[in-house]
Ligand binder design. Structure first.
Ligand SMILES: NC(=O)c1ccc[n+]([C@@H]2O[C@H](COP(=O)([O-])OP(=O)(O)OC[C@H]3O[C@@H](n4cnc5c(N)ncnc54)[C@H](O)[C@@H]3O)[C@@H](O)[C@H]2O)c1
Ligand SMILES: [Zn+2]
Length: 363
């Protein structure tokens, strides 16, 4: 098992990474000085596989748990689900020291975290992520929230978990497409922060694709270290944390114009990162060979790196990029790479280079 600290003063917490951790959930929660009552929030896919072990472990450690299950899928990240969760928390008489366990992927983590941030003006919560994306990204850092009709993640809060338990065994049942989508975030950490990680992913890709336990332990732990390091320096995204959005400006816009139906998030940001790498090569000094090396790694991971855009799509894509939360003063800002392992946020890109890059993506 590996442990990564997230250094946030009195709100610091640990991320535990390894196989078989779910069975220790109760014992680990017992170290956190929490109340006796708790609610597990999960989704239909995850609850039927893992809720029994989670509840058994909590009950054995003396906690009185209740299970709240939402329908699997992004639509669960809604104010309607939040309301349904509040009602069930009240019915189970959760009080200020009671806690919530988020058992699932990023959808459940964001929803359960938001419920925890707001119920009784905030109660503690523990993250038990079950997707690769949630292991390396959404469960760490305290961003929680839900979607509105007008857009994704428009309502939310910063609420740090008290503990994150990444049980790598849960990844065994994750559908292949979801797993590969998670790899897009894993590769991102190499590009933005750590050439050695990028090289390890290149070298160990076959083992990573086989979900080899030792390889996963090392790589998930390194990604969590990087996220913890970035969040520790800039919890509320006033600066540095923006580097985590490498490839996300174009990625989010692609998700939005395809109405969140065509691409998984990881697939959209795979294309977005390849685009950001090419833009970096055109205007920011990244060697062209590195941009292609980046594209090759995404391809090797079975992720899309090209997209055919008609003129109308391209217009919609630009409009969607301008709506992204990261836009300031009407100008689209990018995270660009100087070399693999080193990026900077807040970069402007000439329109002509943007257009050339979008053209190159249809190849
Ligand atoms: N808070 C943050 O910092 C942050 C960061 C990145 C993404 N997110 C959010 O995360 C969400 C995406 O998360 P996701 O990719 O984990 O999607 P998800 O939670 O929808 O999970 C993907 C699918 O896999 C299923 N699943 C989950 N774990 C499983 C398992 N172990 N075995 C079998 N099936 C399993 C789920 O039921 C779902 O159908 C988005 O809403 C995104 O906005 C948040
Ligand atoms: Zn992302």
């Amino acid at each position: 098992m590996r442990i990564v600290d997230v250094p946030l003063g009195s709100r610091s917490y640990k991320i535990q990474i390894g196989p078989g951790l779910l069975a220790n959930l109760g014992k680990e929660c017992a170290h956190l000085s929490l109340g006796t009552r708790c609610a597990i929030i999960s989704d239909t896919n995850v609850a039927r596989r893992y809720a029994k072990t989670a509840r058994g472990s909590l009950n054995q450690a003396g906690f009185a748990s209740t299970l709240i299950t939402v329908l699997a899928g992004e639509t669960a990240k809604s104010l309607k689900s939040v309301q349904a969760c509040y009602d069930q928390l009240a019915a189970h008489r959760l009080e200020r020291r009671s806690f919530i366990v988020a058992l699932g992927g990023g959808v459940v983590g964001d929803l359960a975290g938001f419920v925890a941030a707001t119920y009784l003006r905030g109660i503690p919560f523990v993250q038990v992520p079950t997707t690769l994306l949630a292991h390396v990204d959404s469960s760490v850092g305290g961003k929680v929230g839900v979607n509105l009709k007008a857009g994704k993640n428009l309502v939310g809060a910063f609420h740090q978990p008290r503990l994150v338990l990444c049980d790598l065994d849960t990844l065994k049942t994750l559908p292949e497409r979801e797993y590969r989508a998670g790899l897009a975030e894993v590769i991102k950490y190499g590009i933005i922060y750590d050439l050695a990680l990028f090289e390890k992913i290149e070298r160990d890709l076959p083992k990573l694709l086989r979900r080899d336990a030792d390889t996963l332990t090392d790589i998930v732990a390194r990604c969590c270290e990087i996220k913890a390091d970035v969040v520790g320096q800039d919890e509320t995204e006033s600066g540095l944390r923006a580097i985590l959005n490498f490839g996300h400006t174009i990625g989010h816009a692609l998700e939005a114009i395809s109405r969140y139906g065509k691409y998984l998030h990881g697939e959209a940001i795979s294309i977005g990162q390849v685009a950001a790498a090419r833009i970096s090569a055109q205007s920011y000094g990244l060697p062209a060979s590195d941009a292609e090396r980046i594209a090759k790694l995404f391809q090797g991971a079975g992720l899309p790196t090209a997209v055919k855009l008609k003129d109308t799509d391209r217009r919609k894509l630009f409009a969607a990029m301008k709506l992204d939360k990261k836009v300031s003063d009407g100008e689209i800002k990018f995270v660009l790479a100087r070399k693999i392992g080193q990026v900077e946020f807040g970069q402007s890109v000439p329109q002509k280079i943007l257009e050339q890059t979008l053209n190159s993506l249809s190849a």
